[in-house]
Design a protein around this ligand. Sequence first.
Ligand code: SF4
Length: 230
Amino acid sequence: MELNEELVLKVLSNVRIEPRNFAALYVFRSSNDIFRALVVTILTQNTNDKNALRAYENLVRVAGDITPQRLLEIGEDAVANAIKVAGMHRVRARKILELSRVVLERFKGDLTIIRSLPVNEARKLLLELPGVGDKTADVILVNLGKLAFPVDTHITRISMRLGIVKSRNYGEIQRAWVKILTPDPGRYLEVHLKLIQFGRDVCRARNPRCGVCGFREVCQYYNNVLRSEK
Ligand code: SF4
């Protein structure tokens, strides 16, 4: 048996997605605004989505509105205090304000142009913004309905364990999944979200629940590491 799209979809078919457990998805769906999605995605870096969303909602309460102008008006101290729950609040506040400054100066506060650009140009533009790396750019792109497969820490761990990649390199992991999946933004978004939830519930960092996992037959970690221990 090999890891193909049919198996991936079958194993993930029972995984349920609760939008509030995915901060960027939740904010993007409820606001349909790229700048807000970027702010919350910066808040998710190195913290969990629950705390990122709490920090974002505190920021909405304090700022009233999440726009580059408004965040620059209230300033670093107010932004940092509002987002404390996400951790590293000073560093994040500076990142968010730097992003706000650039979006205001280069785009007059409006990132709508990204929607109409081809995916590679949209990615290039996003990557030029401060605080935006590969994962953040791809999260925005796939939520905009563009062909991008974002890789996070859960997807990295699952990919390494399955043995479909040899390194934790972002591009290598992304290419491995793109090779397996039908090139469709909806499919990429679904599998991206479900793999993350699967990584939280089943293929956990500690004590993966291999006994209930449908990937066992094709999983290198299970077949090489765990079976040899029996
Ligand atoms: S068999 Fe175990 S290690 Fe492999 S994907 Fe499933 S839970 Fe993860």
